[in-house]
Design a protein around this ligand. Structure first.
Ligand SMILES: [Zn+2]
Length: 480
């Protein structure tokens, strides 16, 4: 390696991508419109594209208030879809908790397609990312947004896994915010403001950071409180009772603006900072559509997943457990049908299981032809239903996908080594949830308590989120 190449790598390693997200969820405060324009013009002046996170209601309110100027300024930036009505009950988390995944996906499409199209018409661009309030996008939102051609999700559940960097989950690229800009707005003196700078410093210095995603509420520049506090504890007051939040005095507004400007310069002056958009990052991480796998690659993946039920890296690609399951099933099914292993295996990306997982209680032994016939059936099911089975039934014995996968990976390795599987296949109880389930991202999924009715726990959402752990994999870091 030449010294120039080494320098290039050092520079590349130091680079930190910076995302600016502007949460424009407040549709009722007319003064907030000017704050959207303020941010849009400020960022544009420095050649930065921010991401304006806008609800259908906010977009329609801008039109209603005749704010062509705001729309024009904001249209120069990236647009994220922030749901149609933000905190009005039932929010997506509330209604999705009462629905199975299929019905939930249908309901999200039904409720959100209008707002998405409002944004596309008003700003002249289709939103590239969905930031579904109130936090923690449930699987139905991920899958529904993907079906509506919005494959990027903000508000992901992943804070610890992959260090809060993007994660593939439910076939969408999931992002998280790292830096909340508003926390110095209401404080007197410079302490809170200086703390913000320190926070930025320590984020930039974190090893392997690579990306900082910052967010702020433009409305908070003028409004003393959030517009949606009236929906606290599940309350749904009629429109006539909605109140514009109390406004800050002019001097306070000017102080906040100059503080924000100061922070923006501080960030931009830091070495290695590179402002970026969600779309640019998506293009960087996007996986090749034409990739098929060789049998050697699938054997390597089978060996890896046999050691631990988790995502596996092969070359520059990372595969989730559900993708590896599909590759192994296809190989076994084609072996049974054609008496030889396939040379090329397609990359399929089904959903994770959608109902309660089966579980094998004790070891069983079955004839290999029965096992391979089951592989043919499951492979057809993946093609037809595009999801991993939650339960596999062989000779009236119910097992989970992990139980079947462990035996399937061993059978495939035996075929590649000996030309045939063992006559009798042993299926042992195995893990049925991938290892990522042990991270706090899955053990501590929370929904903002202040907004929901007091008894809301989101228990079905949490169960469904855990089932989709089969689809989790980090982005390939070398792409950053
Ligand atoms: Zn919001």
């Amino acid at each position: 390696m030449t010294s120039k190449e080494r320098l290039m790598i050092r520079r590349k390693n130091k680079m930190v991508y910076f995302l600016f997200a502007l949460d424009c969820g407040d549709p009722i405060t007319p003064e907030a419109d000017d704050c959207m324009k303020y941010w849009a013009d400020l960022l544009a002046k420095y050649g930065i594209k921010g991401c304006f996170v806008i609800t259908g209601a906010t977009a329609r309110a801008l039109v209603d208030r005749g704010r062509k100027d705001v729309i024009k300024s904001v249209s120069k930036h990236e647009i994220a879809y922030h749901s149609d009505t933000h905190s009005i009950h039932p929010t997506s988390a509330e209604y999705l908790n009462e629905m199975d995944l299929n019905s939930g996906i249908n309901e999200v499409i039904k409720k959100e397609i209008k707002g998405i199209n409002n944004l596309a018409e008003i700003f002249g661009q289709y939103p590239v990312i969905s930031v579904q309030p109130p936090g923690n996008s449930p699987p139905a939102v991920n899958y529904a947004m993907n079906l509506m051609n919005i494959p990027i999700i903000g508000h992901s559940i992943f804070t610890s896994f992959n260090n809060g960097l993007p994660v593939w989950y439910c076939n969408c690229l999931n992002f998280r915010y790292h830096l909340f800009m508003d926390s110095f707005f209401s404080s007197k003196g410079n302490d809170a403001f200086n703390k913000k700078k320190e926070e930025i410093d320590s984020l930039c210095e974190e090893k392997d950071r690579g990306l900082i995603s910052a967010f702020t509420h433009p409305a908070a520049i003028v409004a003393k409180s959030h517009w949606d506090l009236i929906f606290k504890d599940g309350k749904n007051p009629p429109l006539s009772e909605w109140l514009v939040p109390p406004l800050r005095p002019k001097t306070e507004v000017e102080n906040i603006k100059s503080g924000l400007k100061n922070l923006l310069f501080y960030i931009l002056k830091k070495p290695g900072i590179k402002p970026v958009t969600y779309k640019e990052l998506y293009n960087l991480y996007k996986e090749p559509a034409d990739k098929w796998f060789s049998q050697d690659e699938v054997i390597t993946l089978a060996k890896g997943i046999g050691r631990e039920l988790t995502y596996q890296k092969i070359g520059k690609i990372i595969l989730s457990p559900v993708e590896i399951f599909s590759l192994i099933l296809y190989s076994l099914a084609k072996f049974k049908e054609k008496k030889r292993l396939p040379v090329q295996i397609p990359w399929r990306k089904p959903m994770g299981p959608t109902s309660q997982l089966g579980r094998l209680r004790e070891k069983i032994e079955i004839d290999s032809s029965i096992f391979l016939d089951k592989a043919i059936k499951l492979n057809q099911d993946i093609n037809r239903f595009h999801r991993l089975p939650a339960r596999v039934n062989i000779n009236q014995i119910v097992m989970g996908p992990g139980d079947f996968l462990l035996a399937a990976s061993k059978a495939l390795i035996a075929i590649s080594e000996k030309g045939n599987p063992d006559k009798r296949i042993i299926i042992k109880p195995a893990e049925n949830y991938p290892s990522v389930i042990k991270t706090i991202d899955f053990s501590q999924i929370e929904y903002p308590r202040w907004l929901f009715p007091k008894n809301f726990k989101g228990e079905n959402l949490i169960k469904r989120a855990r089932l989709q752990s089969w689809t989790v994999k980090p982005v390939v870091k070398s792409a950053m």
